[in-house]
Design a protein around this ligand. Sequence first.
Ligand code: FHN
Length: 566
Amino acid sequence: MTDSLETALERKNRMQWWKEAKFGMFIHWGVYSLLGQGEWVMYFSKIPVKEYEKLAAEFNPEQFDAKAWVACAKRAGMKYIVITAKHHDGFAMYHSRTDPFNIVDASPFGRDPLKELSEACRVEGIRLCFYYSHVIDWHDPHAIHDTYNNLWDYELEKKAFFSYWNHKAKGQIRELLTEYGPIGLLWFDTSGGLSKKESEAIVSMIRELQPECLINSRVSHWPDFGDYQSKGDNEIPMHGEETREWETPMTLNQSWGYSTKDQVWKSADALIRKLVHIVSKGGNLLLNVGPTETGVIPAKSVERLEEVGAWLERNGGAVYGTSASPFPYELEWGAVTVKGEMVYLHVFNHYWPAEELVLNGVKNKVKKAYLLADGNASGLPVEQSYHLETDHYAMRIRLPELPPEDYVSVVALEVEGGLEVDRGFIQQAQDAIKLDLVLSEITTGSGMNEARWTFKAASPGVFEVVLVNFKKSGAVWEKEYDHEVTVRAAGQTAACVPKEDVVVSDSISCQHPYTEVHSSIGRIVIEQPGTYALTLSTKLAKPKPNGPEIWQAASVKLRSVRLVQV
Ligand code: FHN
């Protein structure tokens, strides 16, 4: 890391609270909440600055209650809050002395919500963090982004970037770090076009003013700058995709800022599953709420958050402070987290098996297994075996007939010694063999690329070869898959031009604006248990891009190949 001279240990200590926290509240709130059309309304409707200023003059969120918001986050089991101190509309949601376009000077409200939040967070032990749109600013005549500028009021040629940068952006970042107590992290966004020198200047200023404050990757020029990676909006990576700490910013419906039209809410069930799924891959979830113009978090958000919090209240031991699953692939039935000698199996209730849960690949002896909901009361019978000829570890855990928890029921395993598992691509019972692109060896060629994995099949049979892709809304599938895709394994070849065969409606790792699409490529037969190589040839098998901010990613993203036993 070039942004600091601190040691690895110092950095680890600085990140510790955030690593343990796992779950934070994102808040998108501003003048735009008045219109109820999301936070980009000024840009999409080309609202002139003078008109937008009139809206600011009407913004009077009298029902805002910092204590209630912090209590809501706390009840949800969230450990930090990231609130928009200034979004792309340029309006500061605090009393800025740098620029009068702020909630105290330009609105009748006359209060500083960030001051009130900082006090409420301090009392409740929640870390307060600020979102700051450092490059896009549609109010300031001189802000320049490489794509999203206010060109309905200002001419690009007349913009003097440094006048915005040195005065407003840097001045406001300084204010946020000097007037609101200790700040957990600064969450930068949409940095398009920022030079390395500029990113470095902000990072040094932050390090000087609050050395403990974390910085997300969207400060730009990641991985040189920033403490952890913000994934794309609503993006959940594949297992092992990130080697550094990461976080998924996620919407509760499909919007960040308050929207009256958007009623596509994620259920509490989906939210809990997504949370444990993210944590099992080693990430944090930053879940958004968009308060109204009156200063209230919408009831639909609060209801869901309360359910998540109630679940975490009982099962938080399997979430907070845990580390990622050692299995390098998704598990159909749920997710795995680890803490010391404890292994937590988060079983999704709709996958609750009839009698037993089979988990292959665990090498340690399981000393004890129980349902977390029972608080260690009832031991569950466990049967473990090792099959030398296939080097295969099997484990069967007998379960009660019905899941004991709402939505996701946790089976706790106490293992002997540090957990050791077969980290290869092995076959899990009742599950497909899942080969994620990021963990393949990729050879790039002229046009066609080749991804290669080695996997272990435990039970022979016929396997459907399925390609898993995430498709962005509006993307044209045929433009990406305009060629034949070939899969070779066990001396056989399956090939075809992939079609959108199945659209998965309740995908665990895929959400708006993407949908998960499965395409059948053909079938292969595996005659014997054993280790096999699989190669996939397609233009879409691309190596992981190195670092840049990904908030407008590819229209069709190839994720993995699955071998589904038929
Ligand atoms: O343009 C913004 C958007 O309004 C929102 O703030 C999200 C949150 O991650 N960030 C940007 C797009 O990535």
